[in-house]
Design a protein around this ligand. Structure first.
Ligand SMILES: *Cc1c(COP(=O)(O)O)cnc(C)c1O
Length: 364
C-alpha cells in the first residue's frame, strides 16, 4: 500500500527530538503563547528574512487575519484563483468581502496575471495569489498590477513553504504571506497551526492583536478579534521540523524528477517548473483525459491517488448561492476535470516511484 502521504516515516526519523520537545513543553506548562511560539516566530521570520512572523490557529485564520489587518471588509472585492482549496476564498466571504475569480495558467495551475486587470473595479482592494501544489504564482506581474491599482497582496503559501520565485521565498513578496501547518502540508505539525509573515509593522501589530481577542494589553480590547493562537505544543514540534524543511523540499524535488523520468505515457501532462522558480512539490499533479482509468488501476495496485480539486470555486454551491457567478473559467474547469495527484512525500522511495509509474504507463 502506498498512501498519498506517509507521516509515520518522518515521525520515526525525528521521534526522539519531537518526543523530547513535547515532553519539555508539558513540563513547562506555558501552554498559550509560551516560549516555543515566540521562538518559532523568530525562526520563521529569520528563514524568510522578514521582521515579523505571527503564529495563529491554522492557515485559514492566517488568511483571515491578514485580510482583516489589511482593512478588507464588507463592500470590498478580492481577486483570487478559483483553482484552490476552499479556504482561500472562504476567508474573503468571512470578512464580508466578495471573492472575484480569475482563470489560471494551464501549466502552473496558478492565477493568470493577464486576466487580472479586466476584473478590477473601484471596489477591488486586494489580490490573493495561491502558490498551488508548491509552485509559485507569477508574482512580478501580479505585484505590478497591485501597485498600479493600490491593491494589497496576500500570498496563500499554505502549500509552498520554502518555494522560490527568482531569489524570493514565497510569502515575502506581497504585503503578507500566509502559511498552514496542517499535518499533511509540506511543513506540517501534529494538529492545526498557521502563521503570517510580513515586513509591515502595522499589519504585524494588528494581527498580533486580532489573534488574541483584539487586545494588545491584557483585558483592554480595541477591536473584535479572534481566539486564534498557534498552540505551544505544535510550535515545539515545528521547531524540530523547521531546520529540516529545505532538505525535505529537496527530497520532494528529487522524487518529482524521478516521476518525470519514469512516466512515459504520451497522453499525460507532467507538472512543469518554470526556470525562474523553485517548486516544492507539495503535490505531484499530472493531467490526463484518462483520469478515472488511471485512478482505478492505481487503486487496484494498492496505490493512492487524489483529485485536487474536482470543483473550481466559481462552481461551488456555497458561492453560487451568494454571488452572481455565471461566467465560465475554462482553464480551471478543464484542469479540474483532468488533474490527478500521485503519492508525494520526502520518504517515497525510487522503487515505489517506479512501481507507480509502471501502473500509470500501462493504462490505456
Ligand atoms: C490547506 C490550505 C489552506 C488552509 O489551511 P488550514 O490550516 O487547513 O486552515 C488554505 N489555502 C490553501 C491553498 C491550502 O492548501
Amino acid at each position: 500500500m502506498i498512501p498519498m502521504v506517509d507521516l509515520k516515516k518522518q515521525y520515526s526519523r525525528l521521534k526522539n527530538r519531537i518526543d523530547q520537545a513535547v515532553g519539555q513543553t508539558l513540563e513547562q506548562t506555558q501552554f498559550i503563547l509560551g516560549p516555543n511560539v515566540g521562538k518559532l516566530e523568530k525562526e520563521v521570520a529569520t528563514y524568510h528574512g522578514v521582521p515579523y512572523a505571527i503564529g495563529c490557529a491554522n492557515g485559514t485564520d492566517a488568511l483571515m487575519l491578514a485580510l482583516r489587518a489589511c482593512g478588507i471588509g464588507p463592500g470590498d472585492e478580492v481577486i483570487t484563483t478559483p483553482f484552490t482549496f476552499i479556504a482561500t476564498a472562504e476567508v474573503v466571504a468571512l470578512v464580508g468581502a466578495k471573492p472575484v475569480f480569475v482563470d489560471i495558467c494551464a501549466n502552473t495551475f496558478n492565477m493568470d496575471p493577464d486576466k487580472i486587470t479586466a476584473k478590477i473595479t473601484p471596489r477591488t482592494k486586494a489580490i490573493i495569489p495561491v502558490h498551488l501544489f508548491g509552485h509559485p504564482a507569477d508574482m512580478v506581474p501580479i505585484m505590478d498590477i497591485a501597485r498600479k491599482h493600490h491593491l494589497k497582496v496576500i500570498e496563500d503559501c499554505a502549500q509552498a513553504f520554502g518555494a522560490k520565485y527568482r531569489e524570493h521565498t514565497v510569502g515575502t513578496m506581497g504585503d503578507a504571506g500566509c502559511f498552514s501547518f496542517f499535518p499533511s502540508k509540506n511543513l506540517g505539525c501534529y494538529g492545526d497551526g498557521g502563521m503570517v509573515i510580513t515586513r509591515d509593522d502595522q499589519i504585524a501589530s494588528k494581527i498580533k492583536m486580532l489573534r488574541n481577542h483584539g487586545s494588545a494589553v491584557r483585558y483592554y480590547h480595541s477591536e473584535v478579534g479572534y481566539n486564534s493562537r498557534l498552540d505551544e505544543i505544535q510550535a515545539a514540534i515545528l521547531r524540530v521540523k523547521l531546520p529540516e524543511i529545505d532538505a525535505s523540499n529537496d527530497a520532494r524535488r528529487q522524487n518529482a524528477a524521478l516521476y518525470c523520468d519514469a512516466i512515459k505515457a504520451k497522453d499525460i501532462l507532467l507538472p512543469t517548473e518554470r526556470p525562474d522558480c523553485k517548486h516544492v512539490y507539495h503535490q505531484f499533479t499530472i493531467r490526463t483525459r484518462n483520469r478515472q482509468a488511471i485512478a482505478d488501476a492505481l487503486s487496484e495496485a494498492g496505490i493512492a491517488s487524489a483529485v485536487y480539486y474536482p470543483v473550481p470555486l466559481h462552481q461551488q454551491d456555497v458561492f453560487l448561492k451568494m454571488y452572481n457567478l455565471k461566467e465560465s473559467l475554462n482553464v480551471s474547469e478543464t484542469c479540474a476535470s483532468e488533474v490527478l495527484s500521485l503519492p508525494m512525500f520526502p520518504e517515497l522511495t525510487p522503487e515505489e516511484i517506479r512501481q507507480i509509474a509502471d501502473v500509470v504507463n500501462n493504462v490505456r
